[in-house]
Design a protein around this ligand. Structure first.
Ligand SMILES: Nc1nc2c(ncn2[C@@H]2O[C@H](COP(=O)(O)OP(=O)(O)O)[C@@H](O)[C@H]2O)c(=O)[nH]1
Ligand SMILES: [Mg+2]
Length: 147
């Protein structure tokens, strides 16, 4: 089955995002069933990228699309992981996680990531649902572009 991996530090919101995406997916699947096209995707929750463990490394090798969660302005580790994931052939989506915690919805942090890495980030809150639908579309777009 095709795999989408969720990466980020401990407490960055990986498990909450997995749950939010799954809930959204259940609704989307009902819609998709009507037109008879359901793509089965396995979402892979990982241990933190800040944990010395080979589990995340192993997941990194098999995911087609990797979500990299960033929650604050120390994101060197995340950028290093992005390079590693890209080398392994994964498509990357940078997510400003827990976006509801920022007064600007995460826009300034997204701009800082863009400045350093050139990557666009999606601001997502698993708690309010903000950005979850956009993230789901982006995952599907990238999976589609890899067919
Ligand atoms: N405000 C807010 N808190 C969040 C959000 N997502 C996760 N959290 C909280 O952040 C903590 C860590 O979340 P969790 O999903 O377990 O992180 P993980 O360790 O990366 O899997 C928990 O207390 C969550 O309730 C979010 O979108 N907004
Ligand atoms: Mg977790």
């Amino acid at each position: 089955m095709r795999q989408v991996g969720i990466f980020g530090k401990r407490k960055s919101g990986k498990s909450a995002l997995m749950y939010a995406l799954t809930k959204h997916k259940i609704k989307a699947t009902f819609k998709a069933m009507e037109i008879g096209s359901v793509t089965k995707v396995m979402l892979v929750d990982t241990v933190g990228v800040d944990v010395e463990d080979t589990t995340a490394e192993k997941s990194a090798q098999s995911v087609e699309v990797a979500l990299m969660l960033i929650t604050d302005d120390s994101f060197e580790l995340e950028l290093a992981w992005i390079s590693k994931l890209k080398k392994g052939g994964s498509s990357i989506i940078v997510v400003i996680s827990q976006a509801d915690k920022f007064s600007d919805g995460g826009k300034a942090l997204a701009a800082a990531v863009k400045e350093v890495s050139g990557l666009d980030a999606l601001c997502v809150s698993s708690h309010t649902g903000e950005g979850v639908e956009e993230l789901d579309s982006e995952i599907n777009r990238l999976l589609g572009s890899r067919d």
